[in-house]
Design a protein around this ligand. Structure first.
Ligand code: ADP
Ligand code: ZN
Ligand code: ZN
Length: 817
């Protein structure tokens, strides 16, 4: 009698696929192991065993497998359970989840590209004949597809052999897709070797007698490096010698000191643990005690604490407690790139127990971390990272921290699985019976609602750590200011005054300008025409630094136009303004001060983000202009003023969450101000100074905002009262898209009636020459979620059976953000 295995394949198949195995194989195979299997005509894939049983498939004959790849299961039972929850809740396939969840190196298939590792020497290794054959071929050809390797070896053996070579670090996979990521680089300075000889050094010091500050800096450099060190952190030099970074820059420009960036080792942690004790304030102690008491009854706790109230310290203590019990902890963040400061804080406390998991890490690095977590090693007991961390193979998870739980980036947008990492983390915690803490200064309406209705426990922190006052918020009416001609460009008189006074006190300033739909566009004064992208339904935006008009959706660009393409008029103006324009105006207003800018354009390079932050931290820049990026958990010590250039654009965004989001964003940005003793100031420029959200931001009235928004959500039938499923249809054919959307909407209406909205074009209805149309399904609280989703799936199946609509894809988004 033969046996069968159901496999999850990394393909968009609705079902698991069944293969036949011999009794001998069945003895050995366990759930969670990988098998190499044939699929389709000539393909081999890696599949995961989800079930072993004795029932043959009904509609096809089960093929035999090629090989068993693993000796022990790669996936735990809990992971498989979690995957299946994600697939069923977010209406995607387990194959979609598999692709998102496993590092590419575990998913070898015919198309995978293999090349020799640059790190390990082949000669030093013991190789089997087959392994030798592959490495030898790879020495002749720099890279090969698995398909090609199949011609060298028995096809059935290929995947297991490549896997062994990957494990030995001898080959790398698909490497070119991944940018090698290295965390924060630190700036070092060293003496130019031409000055190393005694005589040269004396000559140099004489020469510098006319530049006493630089001389002083250099002498400090010598004394600090006296004990054999050759290079010194620029920051250390500046701190120890008391000379400003600008003076050191002078020495670098003169080529006396040489500057270099050094990266800290990627998954190593070298520096010592400083192991400073955390002494809680009484507020923190109360909150901590409440949290732990709540955990006795409820696994989920929402920590609502104002900005700078010391939430991070509370998380650290909770992690420490989990660690004492030998448990693993997961620290989830909205975006890993923006959190070098936080990672440093955690590593200072826990040393190399902290591992950072980054989607930009190379395949091999990710495999390494995966193994650490799977083996429940000491190193890696605490994992910190963005949303995809929820897929790591935890063995004994005790605690999950979801920091900035309100952030929309926790939701995966594309491709499937379109999961919300915060919500999925709650499920994950349940699977492990672990505790989970959601933290924010501005909780999402959904989480706060859950807390108010006792689904989650709620703990609050009302004051900042060290009794630092919340910043003082002032709203500037720019409508009136414009009328009275009290504006210089986009700056009100009040804004300029406040910036001046901060700079005079040698304090720093942050200016926030939201980007969303708000970049400068060109408009003809005569006929009103704005240049459009030929591929997308949007206006091109003006970029002054390269004098281009660009599309933000597809990257299409042309040179700046000085004549209207439609009517030929020369009278062209730019409308709206972005960060770049704020920078230009600011430079004219404060020519003596250095200005940094942080947005998508300036953070594109490898370490661009870190450099901008570090320059600001070291006070090499006085004013930092930026977009949303600035709102995320940065802790600067000398910022006394935060200016929000224009609040209205945020508020007017056509989305039911626009008001909630505006409140969160403004309050978070405001929270960057005055984090030390002196009270900070926030200026909000607006055409609608009396808008209720702006008023609520200025008084920090979270609850009032919550109550008001909740009222709207109730009235207009949105979450948390109704769940949403959005179907997006897309294709290159306009009328096909319309027809398909109509068909689907009618079919859904037959069942869900008035709870189906649309089809409707989104604000940008064409991107890269594809047309988009949305259908929204609202699910009342009382309606059974599982059944509803089963019906949606059934209707989608019938839809897919219609030949005429084959070219129109449907994207399913459960709980769209
Ligand atoms: P939040 O995460 O709530 O915005 P943080 O945890 O960043 O606040 O704390 C704000 C500042 O207060 C940080 O600089 C932090 O180091 C400091 N801080 C918080 N709690 C303590 C404590 N118990 N002892 C010393 N410093 C603390
Ligand atoms: Zn014109
Ligand atoms: Zn475009």
């Amino acid at each position: 009698m033969s046996q069968f295995v159901d496999l999850i394949l990394p393909l968009p198949l609705d079902n698991r696929f069944t293969y036949a195995v011999t009794n001998e194989e069945a003895e050995f195979i366990q759930e969670g192991m990988r098998l190499a299997v044939p699929f389709g005509k000539n393909r081999i894939y890696t599949g995961i065993v989800a079930k072993i049983h004795g029932t043959p498939p009904e509609v096809y004959e089960a093929k035999p497998i090629h090989q068993i790849i693993d000796e022990t299961p790669l996936l735990t039972y809990k992971q498989l359970k979690f995957w299946s929850w994600i697939a069923s809740y977010y209406l995607c396939t387990e194959g979609d989840v598999m692709r998102a969840a496993l590092p590419g190196a575990f998913l070898l298939e015919s198309e995978s590209i293999v090349k020799l590792s640059s790190e390990v020497k082949i000669e030093d290794q013991m190789l089997t004949d087959d392994e030798y054959l592959v490495t030898e071929a790879l020495q002749r050809q720099s890279s090969m597809k698995i398909q090609e390797i199949e011609q060298l070896l028995d096809r059935k053996k290929v995947l297991p052999i490549i896997n062994k070579l990957v494990a030995k670090n001898l080959v790398e996979l698909n490497q070119e897709i991944y940018e090698q990521f290295k965390p924060k680089e630190v700036r070092y300075v060293s003496l130019n070797p031409i000055y190393e000889a005694e005589a040269e050094m004396h000559g140099l010091l004489d020469e510098l007698s006319k530049a006493p500050k630089q001389r002083e800096a250099l002498l400090s450099f010598f004394s600090l490096t006296a004990k054999s060190q050759k290079a010194l952190k620029l920051k250390e030099l500046s701190n120890e010698s008391g000379v400003s970074p600008a003076v050191i820059k002078g020495l670098i420009q003169k080529k006396i000191l040489i500057e270099e960036y050094r990266s800290t080792d990627r998954i190593q942690f070298n520096s010592e643990i400083s192991n400073h004790e955390i002494n809680f304030s009484s507020e923190q102690l109360r909150a901590y005690t409440e949290i732990t008491e709540n955990f006795a009854e409820n696994n989920v706790c929402l920590l609502h604490g104002v900005t700078s109230s010391g939430k991070t310290e509370i998380y650290i203590k909770l992690i420490e407690a989990a660690l004492k019990k030998g448990k693993q902890s997961l620290y989830l963040l909205p975006e890993i790139a923006l959190t070098t400061q936080l990672i440093k804080r955690l590593q200072n406390y826990f040393g190399d127990k902290v591992l950072v998991y980054h989607s930009k890490y190379s395949v091999n690095e990710r495999v390494e971390i995966y193994k650490h977590v799977k083996e429940n090693k000491d190193k890696g007991k605490i994992v910190i990272g963005a949303r995809s961390c929820i897929f790591l193979p935890f063995q004994d998870l005790g605690l999950i921290v979801v920091d900035e739980e309100h952030e929309a980036t926790f939701k995966q947008f594309d491709p499937a699985p379109r999961y919300h990492a915060r919500d999925a983390a709650v499920v994950l915690a349940n699977i492990f019976e672990a505790k989970i803490i959601l933290g924010s200064a501005t909780p999402s309406i959904e989480s706060y609602f859950n807390a108010v209705h006792s689904k989650y426990a709620l703990v609050e922190l009302h004051s900042r750590f060290g009794n630092v006052l919340m910043p003082e918020v002032e709203v500037v009416d720019i409508k009136t200011a414009h009328k009275k001609k009290k504006m210089t460009g986009h700056f009100s008189k009040r804004m300029i005054e406040e910036i001046k006074s901060s700079l005079k006190e040698n304090e720093q300033v942050i200016l926030f300008q939201n980007r969303r739909g708000f970049s400068p566009i060109l408009e003809c004064n005569t006929c009103g025409h704005s240049p459009q992208c030929p591929n997308c339904d949007v206006s091109l935006t003006y970029h002054s630094h390269n004098n281009q008009l660009r599309c933000h959706y597809c990257g299409y660009h042309i040179a700046m136009q000085h004549q209207c393409i439609a009517c030929g008029s020369n009278e062209i103006t730019t409308k709206g303004f972005g960060t770049e324009q704020v920078e230009t105006e600011l430079k004219a207003l404060f020519p003596k001060h250095s200005i940094g800018r942080m947005d998508q354009d300036t953070t594109r390079g490898k370490y661009a983000y870190e450099k901008i932050i570090e320059a600001f931290e070291n006070h090499e820049t006085d004013i930092l202009i930026g977009t949303q990026m600035l709102s995320k958990g940065l802790d600067f010590r000398k910022v006394s003023l935060v200016g929000i250039m224009n609040a209205d654009n945020l508020l007017n965004f056509p989305d039911f969450r626009a008001h909630e989001r505006s409140f969160q964003l403004m309050l978070q940005v405001a929270g960057r101000s005055g984090r030390t003793k002196k009270r900070g100031k926030v200026l909000i420029q607006s055409y609608n100074p009396h808008h209720q959200i702006i008023q609520q931001v200025s008084t920090g009235a979270y609850k009032e905002m919550y109550e008001e928004q909740l009222e709207d959500r109730y009235q207009y039938q949105y979450p948390p009262f109704y769940r949403l499923v959005r179907l997006t249809l897309k294709s290159r054919d306009f009328s096909k898209t319309n027809e398909a959307a109509e068909w689907l909407a009618r079919a859904l209406e037959n069942v869900f009636d008035r709870y189906v909205l649309g089809p409707e074009f989104p604000p940008v209805a064409r991107i890269r020459n594809e047309y988009y149309k949305n259908i929204l399904i609202k699910i009342p609280q009382k309606q059974n979620l599982g059944k509803t989703k089963a019906i949606i799936t059934r209707i989608l199946k019938s839809y897919q059976a219609i030949g005429a609509f084959r070219s129109v894809r449907v994207i399913v988004n459960v709980d769209p953000q």
